[in-house]
Design a protein around this ligand. Structure first.
Ligand code: SF4
Ligand code: ZN
Length: 262
């Protein structure tokens, strides 16, 4: 995932996963003098929730001596997640917020001159997403949710998920044992019904049949290899609006913003 001279933009939300990732990457970075780290924090504009997380993230960055860049949806896109929710556009808040977050992190990573983007998805997140994509009838998305997503032609920054093989409960344990101060309240808009059902199902399966989550992760890896061979090569154009790489004329975020701002 990492090279000795990488400048890694770490997406830090202030939750247990991202603060754990930040701490682990700082330990690694200290062993490699030519590597760099920058914490990227995104303010989605969620009142009563994001402010606390940003504060905790800032405190941890200061303690670790990590450079931090905060970007907000308001300044980048002219709107906030709270404002989008009020429009009741039909999809779940996360469907909009997730796309904008990816774009915001990407923009911020380019701003700081990073070579890679690291996000703190853990094993539980990963296998939930695999099942979610299957239930949505979109197996090709399993390729795009790979723990290492790189474009050989370099049109987008490589995205890595260093915690992809770590169970969520182990991340929690690490965070508690090392005394990390993280945000524990959940996002008020983050109620993805299908994902919640999948989470409950996988937890029950893993409890009754230990190793289920790891097996599913290995199955997904195998599927990615098979699907990558079968998948036609996708031509990426520059989005006619923002210039980001996209298989369509406009990228997903620009299309979304058009409905939101209209
Ligand atoms: Fe955005 Fe959903 Fe995450 Fe809340 S839970 S910050 S709405 S993606
Ligand atoms: Zn665009």
């Amino acid at each position: 995932m990492l090279a000795h001279n990488d400048h890694v933009a770490v997406a830090v939300s202030g939750g247990k996963d991202s603060l754990t990732l930040l701490n682990l990457l700082v330990k690694l970075e200290r062993k490699f003098p030519r590597s760099q780290l920058t914490a990227i924090c995104v303010d989605e504009g969620i009142e009563g929730y994001r402010d606390e997380a940003l504060l905790l993230a800032a405190k941890e960055c200061e303690r670790l001596g990590v450079r931090q860049l905060i970007v907000s949806y308001k300044e980048l896109f002219g709107t906030t997640t709270d404002e989008i929710v009020k429009l009741s556009l039909g999809k779940t808040p996360c469907a909009y917020c997730g796309v904008l977050r990816r774009k915001a992190i990407n923009k911020a990573a380019i701003m700081v001159g990073a070579t890679k983007i690291a996000t703190a998805h853990n094993l539980d997140d990963e296998v939930q997403t695999v099942l979610l994509n299957m239930l949505h009838g979109d197996p090709m998305r399993i390729i795009r949710s790979s723990p290492v997503l790189r474009d050989v032609q370099g049109r987008f920054l490589t995205r890595i998920k260093p915690l992809c093989d770590i169970l969520e409960k182990e991340v929690v344990l690490y965070a508690y044992l090392t005394g990390l101060e993280f945000q524990s309240i959940a996002c008020p808009h983050g109620n993805e019904a299908v994902r919640n059902d999948i989470r409950a199902f996988l937890n029950q399966m893993d409890q009754r049949h230990p190793g289920t989550k790891f097996t599913l992760q290995r199955t997904a890896e195998r599927l990615r290899e098979l699907l990558a061979d079968a998948a036609p090569a996708v031509d990426l154009n520059e989005c006619a609006k923002c210039g980001d790489p996209t298989p369509q004329r406009y990228c997903e975020a620009c299309l979304m913003l058009e409905t939101i701002i209209a």
